[in-house]
Ligand binder design. Structure first.
Ligand code: BGC
Length: 738
């Protein structure tokens, strides 16, 4: 708890940008320490230590929030770290999100002084309480981190011994002009801690045709490189990061745009280990800019993945190795982009919490990992950023000060809590977000040109206008960001989706939503009389969201369009997540599988064939000739198209969350096999136990199913319904229809 501590800053603007605050104090030697807690946070990111040992393992603490309204603090149990007698507490503070380039438009920058607040409470065996809080008695001093920024990377000088660092001096209470963090802004930690996970050794070290020394870790990820070397004082190790090589095999990092993403380390004498403190990089490769000749990167360098410490809950594998790789790539894109907030990408000068991307991926994410806490925290930031008029900002935290109004992006406010409710069955998430969804749909009601739709005027339809449309869809002229589908069509569908969800929230929570039930009907009626689907995307939305009176006709037309087009993927961020469902739910599962299994451009497996280890932002991030999509928007680690794995769990394996049994309290398992996949197995750990669903084509052409459920459940095989209780079941069928 932070109740008596004061914000302290460095006082002197000339001091290092990443200062260290410290305080020596003594505890009664005679008394036993029963329990001790340290609560701490910073303007920036911090690492606290007691007597030289790091407190906790939270990387980039206190995480990323909408700082103007909410700043998290953490409370750590430090009982075992304290000594009877003399102790020292130190807190190192970096720029992070709050003061780094990433949030420059939001307010503070590197010129804003670092500041920290902390409160240590010690309970002695006899019940006496000792507290030690930040105040003017603390000291502030230089650290060895000479520069640190999330976009640009970190410079660390280990060659300074303590005597070289300039002397510390008294910390200063934070000036009132900076102290916009009143105690009501401080919130106890809510999300998952970002921690270190996989450690990956390089798989290759080589010289490129351009003569660059490049290390390949074999996996694109977000995190940093740890170096462990035996070196001499003043030796310099410096490298920059990349996700891919170009067509000639040279190091390619133009797609990082303005993010320098560099790591610089100046050695001291002897054996030493370093990893960056206050930054992260999205990378598979590094290029050595400086490195002593006797340092062998294959031995001395290790890539360390960092991400929110979510519990893994879902597993999927099948008989097609490329689909398995696609699944793994999605897991890696989720890990890389779940660093305290759901981001679009982890490498370029962006890494923003784009609401649209999070919305399309949330449901798939909830199968792979337990993301309830992660999203609940971020949704609190979404609400903190929501405009007075109800508009939901396109990014959260709104570091770019965007106005907020794009369809399918703003609808994250309604869709994500609902997906969390379906996956985990906890209705408090609906309760927390009910008012925000209401504000969002009321905003649309007031914003439209035509009643019961969400339409806008021609000038608002330009790229970069009000809506992002079916972002990156391929049905527009080559090089366009926005697909061909009309903004009004998409916006009106999502208006209806959010209003309907509000009514669902109301039903669960027992609130009167009759007005919105009426509204949802009117929107649908108006929509059906105004629009009929033209593009593939429009067919998909009309089917998936029941926005047509002729589902059979629309489904048949969609199926024809896809077949005639050679099973090419045309949809973008908004349409793609629903594409396979729109087909499989309307009798065209075979076509859905054909899209999934297609390998030529554009398809999911095209990028797998091109060596992808994470999900690409563009279907054509690298084309068949080895050329890149323009450098300005070409991430190789964007989870949006990875949303397809939701279909693998829900349709291929048939384990789908449903609103009658939220949290899988009584699941329905309805597998949908396809001979070309041969075999599929999914496992999901729910709060009720583990659900497994597996099917295999046997040599005689029949399908064998093995299903196990931890509760009462419904199993549907070839249209036949079996009501079962907890247990393991086997079925067999000769036909491939469901
Ligand atoms: C991001 C996207 C995002 C989009 C919206 C891009 O810069 O990377 O993923 O949804 O902007 O326009």
């Amino acid at each position: 708890m932070i109740k008596d501590a004061l914000w302290i800053g460095i006082g002197d603007a000339n001091i290092s940008l990443c200062p260290e605050f410290s305080r020596k104090f003594s505890l009664n030697k005679e008394k036993e320490i029963k329990h001790a807690e340290l609560s701490v946070t910073a303007l920036g990111v911090y690492e606290a230590s007691i007597n030289g040992c790091r407190v906790g393992n939270f990387v980039l603490a206190p995480g990323c929030t909408s700082y103007k309204k909410r700043l998290q603090y953490e409370t750590y149990d430090v009982t075992e770290m304290l000594l009877r007698g003399e102790n020292k507490i130190s807190i190192l503070v970096g720029a992070g999100w709050y003061r780094g380039r990433i949030s420059a438009a939001y307010g503070k920058t590197h010129s804003f002084p670092a500041a920290v607040i902390s409160e240590l409470t010690v309970e002695y065996g006899d019940g006496e309480i000792f507290t030690q809080v930040t105040d003017e008695s603390w000291r502030a001093g230089e650290s060895r981190i000479l520069a640190s920024d999330i976009y640009d990377g970190e410079t660390y000088d280990a060659s300074f011994d303590d005597a070289c660092l300039s002397p510390s001096y008294p910390a200063k209470l934070l000036d009132s002009e900076y102290a916009d963090f009143a105690s009501e802004t401080l919130v106890p930690h809510e999300g998952e801690y970002v921690t270190e996970h996989e450690r990956i050794k390089p798989c290759a070290y080589f010289i490129t045709p351009k003569g660059e020394r490049v290390v390949d870790f074999g996996q694109n990820l977000a995190g940093y490189v740890e170096i462990s070397v035996n070196a001499r004082l003043g030796d310099k190790i410096e490298f920059t990061h990349a996700e891919t090589l170009d067509g000639e095999g040279n190091f390619y990092r133009d797609n990082y745009r303005g993010a320098e993403a560099k790591a610089t380390y100046i050695c001291r004498d002897g054996n030493q280990t370093y990893k960056p403190h206050f930054t992260f990089y999205g990378f598979r490769y590094i290029k050595l800019l400086s490195c002593p000749k006797d340092v062998n990167p294959l031995e001395c360098f290790t890539a360390v993945a960092i991400y929110s410490d979510m519990k893994r809950t879902g597993y999927f594998s099948c008989g097609n190795e490329k689909v398995n790789r696609l699944y793994e790539n999605t897991l890696w894109s989720q890990r890389s982009n779940f660093i305290d907030i759901p981001t679009d990408c982890p490498q370029r000068d962006e890494r923003m919490g784009w609401t649209g991307d999070a919305q399309v991926f949330a449901s798939s994410a909830a199968y792979n990992y337990d993301v309830f806490k992660f999203f609940r925290k971020w949704l609190r930031d979404l609400r903190a950023e929501q405009r007075e008029n109800g508009a939901v900002t396109e990014i959260v935290p709104n570091f770019w000060n965007l106005a907020g109004s794009s369809a399918a992006w703003g609808d994250a406010a309604a869709i994500i809590p609902w997906k969390m409710y379906l996956a985990y069955g906890d209705e408090s998430i609906l309760d927390e977000n009910f008012q925000s969804v209401k504000k969002w749909v009321d905003f649309i009601t007031n914003d439209t040109k035509d009643p019961y739709l969400w339409t806008c005027c021609a000038s608002e339809k330009r790229v970069w206008g009000k809506h992002y449309g079916d972002w990156l869809a391929l049905d527009a002229p080559a090089g366009s960001y926005k697909g061909a589908t009309d903004d009004d069509f998409i916006a009106s569908v999502f208006y209806c989706v959010s209003v309907r969800l509000l009514t669902e929230y109301g039903h669960v929570l027992g609130r009167d939503v009759s007005e919105y039930e009426e509204l949802a009907k009117k929107i649908r009626d108006t929509f059906v009389s105004r629009f009929s689907p033209v593009t593939e995307m429009e067919h998909v939305l009309a089917l998936y969201f029941d926005m047509t009176d002729d589902a059979a006709g629309v489904a048949a037309a969609l199926n024809e369009m896809i077949k005639n087009d050679g099973y090419k993927l045309n949809t973008g961020f908004v349409g793609t997540p629903y594409l396979l469902y729109a087909l499989s739910e309307n009798g065209y599962a075979e076509t859905a599988y054909s899209l999934l299994l297609r390998e030529e451009y554009p398809s999911w497996l095209y990028e797998v064939n091109h060596g992808a280890t994470t999900i690409w932002e563009h279907w054509d991030g690298i084309n068949d000739e080895g050329n890149f999509w323009s450098a300005d928007m070409n991430s190789f680690n964007h989870y949006a198209y990875g949303s397809v794995i939701g279909w693998l769990y829900e349709v291929a394996a048939g384990i789908a969350a449903d609103k009658e049994n939220p949290g899988f309290s009584r699941p329905t398992i309805k597998p949908c096999p396809d001979k070309r996949l041969g075999h599929a197995a999914a496992r999901l750990e729910t709060q009720y136990g583990t659900i497994c669903s597996e099917w295999t084509y046997t040599a005689d052409g029949s399908v064998k199913y093995k299903i196990s459920v931890p509760t009462d459940a419904v199993i549907i095989i070839c249209g036949e319904r079996h009501e079962v209780s907890a247990g393991e079941y086997e079925f067999s069928s000769r036909e491939n229809f469901v």
